[in-house]
Design a protein around this ligand. Structure first.
Ligand SMILES: O=C[C@H](O)[C@H](O)COP(=O)(O)O
Ligand SMILES: C=C(OP(=O)(O)O)C(=O)O
Length: 460
């Protein structure tokens, strides 16, 4: 694997936008003839086509060798030899796309990864919901003010006016520019000290010291401390102690955007708008546009699986998205809700495993656990999030399968969007710092607390 990875770093091949013949051969536009849910209500589709034309000529956000590398890392997860932590904003916004916000989110992800690496005693693959997470499927076409609903900055603006809510294709250009700048900054900081293990560990020690529940996490914190001291005493020195690979992912909802950023490389089609793209629970129809487009890509792809999914349909999702059964190609992201995971997930895992399909099993404990708090705030309870992860681990332990990872909406900012956790955020405190553009995220403390709890589950 290593030889191939190094060869791929200097491939001497340049990815190119697919020519008409290649697009036809790879079926890259077949989705256009299929039913498509959550199609943004653009006023003028000719303008969408013109913008897509511009994006076909730009340097993409990520490189094919990185995509392939992530697929190889996820293959390790599928084989039970690694764990994956994926997280970031529910929806990125142009306004919050600042250095401080992006770096705080990634820092939180890195902090979680260190704790999980220790808990799992295995490598942890790190994937951000970042550099492209600008589109949101919504339940209703209008919001509580009767305005057209906000659909993510890729499409329209959160500002509550009718004009701002018109879906404007030009926003795809801004989403591209922001994603490119974010990815550029991440690469620089990740190679320049942000991921230094000592520093990340020191931030975690601060968390343990300051968390009201710190006592519970002290034992693991101390053990990591000793492991670090031991490595230092042995003179262990490696690049991996100072840098980290963080991959970019987003929901593949704005198909025109992701299609425009596809490139052909070494006989395969790569979606280079991000390393990993996923289909949401609302757009995973087997005969629909989203799964069809995802099925044409060499990227690792994800599919959300909610409580109404039938086991046989999930096997069909596997057949569609990963017909060659390549390990690391498909991540099934269950989001059942804490009350349903223990009943709904086992038949799905059993059927998929019995079919011989190699998948990464990942738990999204956020999207099945949303409720409206007093005052109308959309929230999630930290205890429900933890309980869904616990249920996910129980199911896999009972079936002898590998609980491959977690997928979290989080931020490195000190927001008050989810209730509970050691800070005991109450419903009437949600208004203090409720900043999300769509769904409630775990704040830094809640995210780290979750990581320590999952580390405990992994150890047992
Ligand atoms: O993140 C997921 C969905 O986009 C989100 O939950 C939809 O929210 P809504 O039900 O408020 O439209
Ligand atoms: C829309 C999302 O989730 P789901 O498809 O699971 O509702 C999401 O993860 O942003």
């Amino acid at each position: 694997m290593n030889r191939e990875w190094h060869q791929l770093r200097n491939p001497g091949l340049v990815p190119a936008a697919p020519q008409a013949e290649e697009a036809e051969r790879f079926g890259l536009d077949y989705w256009r003839s299929l039913p498509r849910k959550h199609m943004p209500p653009w006023k003028d589709y000719d303008e969408v086509t013109a913008v897509a034309g511009v994006l076909e000529g730009v340097p993409p956000i990520v490189a094919p060798y990185e995509v392939k590398r992530l697929r190889e890392l996820l293959a390790e997860v599928a084989e039970g030899r690694a764990f994956v932590v994926q997280g970031g904003d529910c929806g990125e916004t142009f306004l919050s796309n600042t250095e401080s916000h992006v770096l705080a989110n990634i820092r939180t992800l890195l902090q979680m990864a260190v704790v999980l690496t220790y808990g799992a005693s295995m490598p942890v693959v790190k994937v951000g919901r970042v550099a492209g997470q600008y589109s949101k499927p919504r339940s209703n076409n209008t919001d509580s003010l009767g305005l057209p609903v906000y659909r993510g900055d890729m499409f329209n603006s959160l500002e509550p006016t009718a004009e701002a809510r018109v879906c404007d294709p030009q926003r795809m250009i801004r989403a591209y520019a922001n994603s490119a700048a974010t990815m550029n900054m991440l690469r620089a900081y990740l190679g320049g000290g942000l991921a230094d293990l000592q520093s990340v560990h020191l931030w975690n020690k601060d968390f343990v010291r300051n968390s009201p529940a710190g006592e519970r996490y002290e034992a693991i914190g101390r053990e990591i401390d000793r492991a670090m001291a031991f490595m230092e005493a042995c003179g262990v020195e490696d690049n991996a102690l100072h840098t980290a690979e963080v991959y970019a992912s987003h929901e593949m909802l704005a198909i025109e955007y992701d299609r425009a950023l596809t490139r052909v490389f070494d006989g395969e089609v790569y979606g280079l708008s991000g390393h990993m793209l996923w289909s949401g629970e609302r757009t995973r129809q087997l005969d629909g546009a989203h799964l069809d487009f995802l099925s044409r890509l060499a990227n690792p792809v994800g599919c959300k699986i909610g409580p109404t999914a039938k086991p046989e349909d999930v096997v069909e999702v596997c057949n569609k998205l990963n017909p060659d059964n390549i390990p690391g190609k498909l991540v099934l992201i269950s989001r059942m809700g804490h009350g349903k995971v223990r009943e709904a997930l086992p038949p799905i895992v059993e059927k998929v495993e019995a079919s011989g399909r190699k998948v990464v099993w990942q738990c999204d404990p956020m999207h099945g656990n949303t409720f409206e708090a007093r005052g109308g705030f959309k929230t999630r309870a930290f205890d429900h999030v933890v309980d869904e992860v616990l249920g996910f681990f129980e199911v896999h332990r009972n079936l002898g399968t590998h609980p491959g990872g977690i997928h979290i909406e989080l931020t490195g900012d000190n927001v008050t969007e989810c209730v509970g956790g050691a800070q005991e955020i109450k419903e009437d405190e949600l208004a203090d710092r409720y900043e999300t553009a769509c769904d409630p995220r775990l704040n830094t403390q809640q995210s780290l607390e979750l990581a320590f709890l999952v580390a405990e589950m992994l150890r047992h």
